[in-house]
Write a protein that binds this ligand. Structure first.
Ligand SMILES: Cc1cc2nc3c(=O)[nH]c(=O)nc-3n(C[C@H](O)[C@H](O)[C@H](O)COP(=O)(O)OP(=O)(O)OC[C@H]3O[C@@H](n4cnc5c(N)ncnc54)[C@H](O)[C@@H]3O)c2cc1C
Length: 458
């Protein structure tokens, strides 16, 4: 019998597996896909380096940096180009730079004069009751504290860029718990943020979060962990059934039409909610899962588009451009990938990564690739002064991209929590529980490995 079987070889399951193995635990990681890492996957073609899914890893704390180093990826690590700190948001059909200094904030056309004053009044606005606050949507919170302008031309496009979601449906407490905590504990976001910074400084835990990638793209991260796991990682293997047998877990998975079985004391579940629900569990686990809500995962298309540099009039001097839902373009946004990181496009060329779909445009979920390309080019012509057609085009579609932390998220997470409390050795992690960023999933994997009851010393 093994110490643990880990369901799912996305970055959370891989991290958990690697750390558990390092502690000396006997484990297996079972992954349905042919490659490890879920959406984290990169490839080189015609001189372009393309990310199929995520483009940047925002380092959430120093531990993740140490983890990358320990994996031997320090030399591969790629910092963002300094110009990447500039970001654009579309207003009246034009990309406008997001202000990065108080002076720019005064003059930015992104917000009206009223909007700017609204923002300044934030620390003086009353907070709402804890009960109401715990159910409040992101949109309602931002409107209440900072005004409609800030919602429309800062938070709405940001939410689209991160969650491919809708601020009117995401619950603040689940989607942005830090913000909620600032109001709850300090009565204001601005006051809360200042207090938080001071506390980190006092405790010596201050850490400047920054986005990174790797010279060969983000895919190198799951690939490296997979190599370290060796034959402990089962690829192309779909978990179909899990039974609680006496004091251990019996897991059945299918690979190339053949059934395999494993037995373990612990079960670490790092799967999307729809995959968790599809497994045939023992009835005492299946029943509560059946009656808990489904999390919504909207479809997202990621289009990698290569152009000769002179085809685009815009300076491409930034991270990219995000589109508020009030504005006419259909795309959710475009990353200036070859400005962001070195070595993403051949000399004299540039690479853009355009995102389409999300909660905002469910009608695009099943659109053929040539139509998606047409929509993307139409918007890029209007926004960036693009002329002509791309010389390189690859499209990756994610039919179920990112879980939405709407009001269904609370009951879903509570169900998993009570199952984990009831059944010893059962633990849930990954982005259907612990946050949707890659960094959050890595930390989730660490948390799960720690549940296996041994110290980790990375
Ligand atoms: C298009 C896109 C862009 C993104 N951009 C960014 C970004 O720039 N920055 C960022 O931080 N995050 C980004 N994200 C989010 C981030 O990539 C994910 O939240 C994170 O990788 C999730 O990791 P995970 O291990 O929690 O889940 P997953 O990666 O979803 O892992 C779950 C794994 O379980 C496997 N599985 C499913 N069913 C079974 C089964 N029955 N048996 C066995 N295995 C099964 C799946 O194949 C998958 O590999 C993006 C996501 C997408 C889709």
């Amino acid at each position: 019998m093994q110490d643990a079987i880990i369901l799912g070889g996305g970055i959370s399951g891989l991290t958990a597996g690697y750390l558990a193995q390092k502690q000396g635990q006997d484990i297996s990681v079972i992954e349905k896909g042919k490659i490890p890492g879920g959406p984290i996957s990169s490839f080189r073609e015609e001189g372009y380096l393309v990310e199929r899914g995520p483009n940047s890893l925002l380092l959430p704390d120093p531990w993740v940096e140490t983890f990358i180093e320990e994996l031997g990826l320090r030399d591969q690590l790629q910092e963002t180009n300094p110009i990447a700190s500039k970001r654009y948001i579309v207003k009246n059909g034009r990309p406008e730079a997001v202000p990065s200094s108080p002076l720019q904030a005064v003059f930015t056309p992104l917000f009206s004069l009223r909007g700017k004053f609204g923002f300044l009044l934030e620390p003086f606005r009353k907070k709402i009751s804890d009960r109401a606050g715990s159910r409040e949507t992101v949109a309602s919170f931002v409107k209440r504290r900072m005004g409609l302008d800030f919602l429309d031309y800062a938070i709405d496009p940001f939410v689209s860029g991160v969650y491919a979601g809708d601020p009117n449906r995401l619950i603040l407490e689940h989607a942005f718990p830090l913000m909620r905590g600032f109001e709850r504990d300090s009565g204001s976001i601005i006051r809360g943020a200042i207090k938080h910074k001071k506390k980190q400084k006092r405790e010596g835990t201050a850490y400047k979060k920054r986005s990174i990638s790797f010279k060969d793209g983000l895919g190198i991260l799951p690939q490296t962990i997979a190599r370290k796991l060796g034959n402990r990682l089962w690829l192309g293997s779909e978990v179909v059934a899990v039974n609680r047998v006496e004091d251990h877990w019996q897991v059945t998975w299918k690979r190339e039409g053949e059934n395999f079985e494993g037995f373990a004391k612990n079960l670490l579940v790092c799967l999307p909610s729809h995959a968790i629900k599809r497994i045939a569990w023992s009835e005492r686990i299946a029943a509560p899962l059946r009656s808990s809500p489904n999390l919504e995962y909207p479809a997202v298309h990621s289009l990698a588009l290569g152009f000769r540099r002179e085809q685009i009039a815009h300076a491409l001097d930034g991270f990219g451009v995000l589109v508020p839902s009030k504005e006419p373009p259909t795309i959710l946004g475009a990353l200036f990938s070859s400005s962001l990181y070195e070595g993403r496009a051949p000399d004299g060329h540039c690479l853009l990564t355009v995102m389409l779909g999300g909660i905002r445009h469910p009608e695009l979920a099943a659109l053929p690739q040539d139509r998606l390309l047409e929509l993307a080019l139409r918007d890029l012509r209007a926004l960036l002064g693009l002329k002509g057609d791309p010389s390189f085009y690859r499209c990756t579609s994610w039919p179920r991209a990112i879980p939405q932390y709407t009001r269904d998220f609370g009951p879903w997470r509570d169900t998993l929590k009570s199952l984990a409390e009831e059944f010893p050795g059962l633990h849930f992690g990954g982005n259907s529980v612990d946050g949707i960023a890659m960094g959050a999933s890595i930390l989730s994997g660490k948390r799960l490995a720690e549940c296996l009851d041994k110290d980790i010393d990375v």
